[in-house]
Design a protein around this ligand. Structure first.
Ligand SMILES: C[C@@H](O)[C@H](N)C(=O)O
Ligand SMILES: C[C@@H](O)[C@H](N)C(=O)O
Lengths: 158, 158
């Protein structure tokens, strides 16, 4: 089951930004990310989950060095679209497991979450694709997380 | 700028499930996805955004045929962990753009959201990785979305 995982990646150069209660109507995501693109700000993970009462939260990650450039842009757009607020945190890290065909094996994501849970590591954001599962966690848990994922996927006989 | 996009994918065999107000502490994500894995339910996108007041929403997608198997599992776990509720929708589709190196070009995500916005298509969920940006939209918008993305990334001179 875990042979599908070919690698573990981590990135400490991560800051997360969240916009809260954005109107859930066409054109809002475009307005936010076009404003960031116009300032040549690289965005990594973009995460938007389920709508509530016509509103939604959108969060994304940037590099730490881009945070001071991204925040004024996000705050301006948050005002333009009538979001309720903006938050950020640059004391976070991203840990990922990578491997082709993971998605067709439901146990892989559960195993990753289990490895982090067993170390008492709280998962702040989750984003997945067919070949990659990424979790944003507190920066000071990154080393522990990478070790736990290594033990889970590469050292255990499973 | 748009030469980085090598393909457009769409998937109509998609249902989304959301768990609302789950406690934001270690082990919760593991409990949800281990229960699904134990029932051999394939999960595609897993999306968790920013925490609010110690609570969080987690949403994910399954195939339409797995929806009836997944819902009872999710409702049982939602009760065990004290989530405030569960919702689902099987009238959705996933559209994605794929291409190496997209993430380092901030204009690509904005262009995708713009192509959908210009057609009046509302984006219900967003998940990205380095090589893929996926949006969940209403099922009846899928064909229009694929055409708009094709025109944006493969027909325009940009
Ligand atoms: C919230 C935001 O994603 C909105 N639904 C849009 O389509 O732009
Ligand atoms: C909400 C859920 O992701 C929780 N933070 C966990 O670590 O499991």
């Amino acid at each position: 089951e875990y042979r599908l995982v070919s690698g573990i990646a981590h990135d400490l150069n991560v800051a997360k930004i969240g916009l809260f209660n954005v109107p859930d109507r066409p054109g809002i995501a475009k307005q936010i990310f076009k404003a960031l693109a116009d300032e040549h700000i690289n965005v990594d993970m973009i995460i938007q989950s389920w709508m509530r009462d016509g509103r939604n939260d959108i969060s994304f990650t940037v590099t730490r060095n881009d945070l001071h450039k991204a925040l004024p842009v996000v705050e301006r757009v948050a005002n333009e679209i009538g979001a309720s607020g903006v938050a950020y945190n640059d004391r976070v890290a991203k840990v990922s497991i990578v491997g082709a065909g993971m998605v067709t094996n439901p146990g892989v994501a559960a195993a990753m979450f289990e490895a982090l849970a067993d170390e008492g590591i709280n998962i702040e954001m989750i984003s997945t694709s067919e070949i990659k599962i990424s979790c944003v966690i507190a920066e000071d848990q990154a080393i522990k997380a990478v070790r736990a994922l290594h033990a889970k996927f590469f050292e255990q006989q499973s």
